[in-house]
Design a protein around this ligand. Structure first.
Ligand SMILES: [Zn+2]
Length: 181
C-alpha cells in the first residue's frame, strides 16, 4: 500500500537563484514537465532533489518509543519527534542514522532494518525523504542533545504533541499493526 502524508499544495520556495556551474542568474523555464531554473549562459538545468534524512525508532521493553522535544532553534520547536537528521553528502545512511541518534539522545545504537519510508512535505522549501530504521541501544545514557529541549520514553497511547505528520503516521502503524503507507 502506497500513500502520501501531508503532501504540499502550491509552490516550492527556496529554489537556487544562481547557476552552480557558472554563477549566472537562473531563469525559470519549463523543462521535463515542470518549471525549473535554467541557466541562460551554459544551459544547465537545476534539477532540484529532496534531501535525505534518517531517523531511528528506539523502543524499550514496555514498547515505549524514545522521542525528543525540539529545541528553540528547531522547526516546530516545543513539539516532539523521533530522533532524526540529514544524511551528509558521502555519508552512509546507516552511519548518519547512528550519528544523529547519538547527537540527539546520547545513545549508541545498532541500526537495524528500515521500518518506514516517507516524504516530508511540511517545509516546502526543504522537502526531504526520510528512512526510519529500527535501532537497538547498546551504550550511553539518555540525555537531550544540543538541538533538543527534553527527551523521554512515551507509550503509544500517551504521546506528547508530535511535530511531524510522518512520525504520526509511523506511530499509527505501530499502534494498529497495519501499514499506513
Ligand atoms: Zn550556467
Amino acid at each position: 500500500m502506497v500513500g502520501v502524508v501531508g503532501k504540499h499544495e502550491g509552490g516550492w520556495p527556496g529554489e537556487a537563484a544562481y547557476c552552480p556551474a557558472c554563477g549566472a542568474g537562473l531563469e525559470r523555464a519549463v523543462r521535463y514537465g515542470r518549471e525549473r531554473g535554467v541557466c541562460p549562459d551554459c544551459g544547465r538545468i537545476d534539477f532540484r532533489a529532496p534531501q535525505l534524512a534518517a531517523a531511528v525508532l528506539l523502543r524499550d521493553e514496555a514498547g515505549r518509543v524514545l522521542l525528543v522535544e525540539r529545541g528553540p532553534e528547531s522547526t516546530r520547536s516545543g513539539r516532539w519527534s523521533i530522533p532524526a537528521g540529514y544524511v551528509d553528502y558521502g555519508e552512509d545512511v546507516h552511519e548518519a542514522a547512528a550519528r544523529e541518534l547519538l547527537e540527539e539522545t546520547g545513545l549508541v545504537a545498532t541500526i537495524g532494518p528500515p521500518v518506514f519510508v516517507a516524504t516530508n512535505f511540511h517545509d516546502p522549501a526543504k522537502v526531504s525523504v526520510c528512512i526510519w530504521f529500527a535501532g537497538t541501544a547498546t551504550a550511553g545514557e539518555v540525555v537531550a542533545g544540543s538541538d533538543a529541549s527534553d527527551i523521554g520514553w512515551f507509550a503509544l497511547e500517551d504521546l506528547p504533541e508530535l511535530a511531524f505528520e510522518t512520525d504520526t503516521a509511523l506511530i499509527e502503524q505501530l499502534r494498529t499493526g497495519k501499514p499506513v503507507m
